[in-house]
Write a protein that binds this ligand. Structure first.
Ligand code: ZN
Length: 321
């Protein structure tokens, strides 16, 4: 009876569809089909990811490919220099080899940002590479190794020491070249000194002046010296942040802020405006390599097939407490 009613309704609907509507509707449907076939090919992976992420969130899994929801962001510094944050060229290459061997795709920070905004998962284990500070070797040694592997990266520089003819650090033309090669360059303040809270005995006026130098003046320098390049992300110097710094950065238009707490981005959770990164340090006997391996493991965590998204979200909130 129910089926009969459904069919009847359908018939009634098609009979009442005016001829004029059909004339418009059919060419329109063919046009849409053509668009889907044309762009569908180009954005096949993207469409699949959007659809399956949406379905996974509602507790369904339709595609046989697994979905990955944790994305670590690695933070490198100098290469071949002094200090615990500098790795040798050989070490840097071994990190990239490890990523390659484990078939983890290296995506851009922007792509991760866009996925996070849409709570869209990946069909492949993924991670992001970032490089901080203003060292000469990042352009001359580190970037060419990244290019060998065809890996993209975002370079976070502080503007105070970027010069025309540098002795130690980078020049504006170096950064221009990085952009032309497809890397991204973003802001890491002007002086690289912590400024997230007022200094002792400093006036409110001085604090705000300082804030403006670090987050607005530095961005102006970037955008004047790298024409047509947009600064949209800010990495806290030494990872120091405060609620006031966060709201100031949002107020002046930064879309993303980056800390160094080592927690991977979890695409099941709502976007908060901040991503955390894992800082790579010189390899020592005390488990540095194990910590790097843990980051790679995060990127390989899959959404369990039969779990509903709400359950997953609930579980992850519980484990945070
Ligand atoms: Zn730094």
């Amino acid at each position: 009876m129910e089926i009969y009613q459904k069919i009847k309704r359908k018939d009634h609907h098609s009979k009442t569809l005016p001829m004029l509507n059909k004339q418009i509707l059919y060419p329109f449907a063919i046009f849409i089909l053509f668009i889907l076939l044309h762009f569908g090919k180009k954005y096949k992976a993207e469409i699949k990811e959007i659809t399956s992420s949406w379905l996974a969130k509602h507790g369904y899994s339709v595609f046989s490919q697994p979905l990955y929801y944790k994305v670590p962001i690695l933070c490198f510094h100098n290469i071949g220099g002094k200090g615990i944050y500098s790795v040798t060229g050989k070490e840097f290459r071994s990190y990239l080899q490890e990523i390659h061997k484990k078939k983890i795709q290296v995506i851009s920070l922007r792509k991760l940002y866009e996925h996070s905004q849409k709570s869209q998962f990946f069909h492949q284990p993924s991670l992001v590479i970032t490089v901080d500070d203003d060292y000469k070797n990042i352009v001359r040694v580190l970037a060419p190794i990244l290019r060998e592997f065809r890996y993209t990266a975002t370079f976070f520089l502080y503007t105070q020491e970027i010069q025309k003819n540098p002795q130690q650090g980078t020049s504006w033309s170096d950064l221009q070249r990085l952009l032309q090669e497809g890397f991204d360059v973003q802001n890491h303040s002007h002086t690289h000194i912590s400024f997230h809270n007022p200094r002792m005995f400093a006036s409110r006026f001085l604090f705000q002046k300082r804030m403006s130098l670090e987050i607005i003046h530095s961005r102006e320098l970037f955008e004047t010296n790298l024409p047509k390049h947009r600064i949209w992300a800010f990495a806290y110097p030494m990872g120091y942040s405060s609620p006031e710094l966060k709201s100031s950065l949002e107020k002046v238009g930064y879309e993303l802020q980056l800390g160094t707490d080592g927690i991977p981005v979890d695409l099941r959770k709502p976007f908060t405006g901040i991503f955390q990164r894992y800082t790579i340090q010189k390899k020592t006997k005390f488990g540095r390599d194990r910590m790097f391996q843990n980051q790679l493991k995060y990127s390989s965590e899959k959404i369990p097939k039969s779990s509903s998204f709400e359950n997953l979200r609930h579980r992850s909130f519980v484990s945070e407490k």
